[in-house]
Design a protein. Structure first.
Length: 105
C-alpha cells in the first residue's frame, strides 16, 4: 500500500496548520425599567424568553426595578437581536412599554 505524499520534487514538506478561529463577540440583553410595566409581567418575560425559574426571574426583575436595568443573558449577536425583537413584540402585544436592548459585552 502506498503512503500519502507530503513532499514535492523541490523537497518542500507540507505541515498541517491549526486554524485560529475566534469565538463570536457576545452581547448582553438588558431590560430597562419604566413606570408602567407590571413587575409580574417582567417575571413572565424572563421565564418565557430567558428560561429563568421564578426565583432567578424575580431577582432580575428587582434589579431592573431598583437599578434601572438588568441583564437577562449574554448571547451571540444574532441570538441577542432575536431575543430583543421577541421580547419587544410580546410586550407591545400586551400593551406594555417594556424596553429590551442589547449591548456588546
Amino acid at each position: 500500500m502506498a503512503t500519502p505524499k507530503t513532499s514535492y520534487g523541490d523537497n518542500t514538506v507540507l505541515e498541517p496548520q491549526q486554524a485560529q478561529v475566534k469565538p463570536p463577540p457576545l452581547y448582553k440583553v438588558l431590560l430597562l425599567n419604566d413606570d408602567f410595566t407590571p413587575m409580574d409581567f417582567v417575571v413572565v418575560v424572563l421565564q418565557q424568553f430567558f428560561n429563568m425559574n421564578l426565583e432567578q426571574a424575580t431577582v432580575v426583575m428587582l434589579k431592573v426595578h431598583r437599578e434601572g436595568k438588568g441583564i437577562c443573558g449574554v448571547f451571540p449577536r444574532d441570538v441577542a437581536a432575536t431575543k430583543v425583537e421577541q421580547v419587544t413584540a410580546f410586550a407591545r402585544r400586551h400593551q406594555h412599554p417594556l424596553a429590551c436592548v442589547m449591548e456588546e459585552n
